[in-house]
Design a protein around this ligand. Structure first.
Ligand code: 1GP
Length: 272
């Protein structure tokens, strides 16, 4: 659901401190379970849902998941509007595509991280997939969020598939140069990625180095599972923290709620 202030303003707003995104890979569970997970995530404090991940999920599955989550949030808004003790705005949570390529699109999404994998060695992820996807996004009216995407070591699947020149934790000047380049290209967002399920999160010094470019909105993800890790990223300057695996491998919705609450608390504990 689109927030009242519009998608990009909502994302760039810093007045709420560091916020949390739950990433749902539509290829990894049924639409119904994905929807229940999205609801649990918002109840636990997530403020955005990303839909994406796997490289081989068909369009129909991505679309069905987006649509079902949007409908569920609409229902929650309706229910809250009937109950004076509930807050309708809590459910105005954007559902944003986080695509692996031009194949994973849906007209039901509020927006898309329109990304350049800046440290990829292949044209496909620098401009090729974007070129294929742009006409569809235009037709669907899905808002493109100009985003630079940087993959750090260990990088996982995305580093491999994207043929990224992985950034190491001591390459601080390089990170700063990428951040400056992102800003000069007009990107509003820079996503610092360690890879899904990574054994180590993006090094806080790298986040600080990107943070020196003050205007960029920094999204940080990969390997974050605890409140402490989230606090580390937030204190280094992350504006948003993404988690995916911790939702996927939770035993049930209660566990999802508890895990996300802890990460949200960690992110929010930051003073920056
Ligand atoms: C992957 O950054 C995200 O693109 C989330 O990573 O699955 O490790 O939480 P995790």
């Amino acid at each position: 659901m689109l927030p009242d202030e519009g998608l990009l303003n909502y994302i760039l707003d810093r007045s709420q401190g560091c916020r949390h995104i739950t990433l749902i890979d539509p290829g990894k569970q049924s639409t119904e379970i994905a929807t229940r997970r999205a609801i649990a995530a918002v109840e636990a404090g997530s403020r955005m849902i990303f839909i994406g991940g796997s490289t081989n999920t068909p369009d129909e599955v991505v679309h069905a998941t987006c649509k079902s989550i949007q409908e569920a949030f609409e229902l929650q808004i309706f229910a809250a509007s009937q109950d004076p003790t509930s807050d309708e705005d809590m459910w105005k949570i954007p559902v944003v595509l986080f695509p692996g390529g031009a194949h994973a699109l849906s007209p039901s999404a509020d927006g898309i991280t329109f990304m350049m994998l800046m440290n990829s060695n292949i044209r496909k992820f620098l401009i090729g997939e974007q070129l294929r996807g742009a006409p569809f996004l235009k037709k669907f009216g899905v808002e493109a969020l100009p985003t630079g995407y940087l993959v750090f070591s260990p990088g996982g699947k995305v580093g491999e598939v994207g043929e990224a020149d992985l950034i190491e934790s001591d390459q601080l000047d390089l990170v700063n140069s990428y951040a400056l380049t992102a800003e000069m290209f007009g990107f509003k967002i820079l996503y610092l990625e360690a890879g899904s399920g990574a054994s180590t999160q993006v090094n806080p010094n790298c986040i600080k180095s990107a943070r020196r470019v003050e205007e960029l909105c920094l999204i940080v993800g990969g390997g974050i599972r605890t409140g402490q890790q989230a606090a580390k990223a937030a204190n280094a300057g992350a504006n948003w923290i993404v988690t995916g695996t911790l939702t996927e491998d939770a035993k049930n919705l209660d566990e999802i709620h508890q895990r996300i609450s802890e990460v949200v608390a960690g992110a929010q504990s930051s003073s920056s």
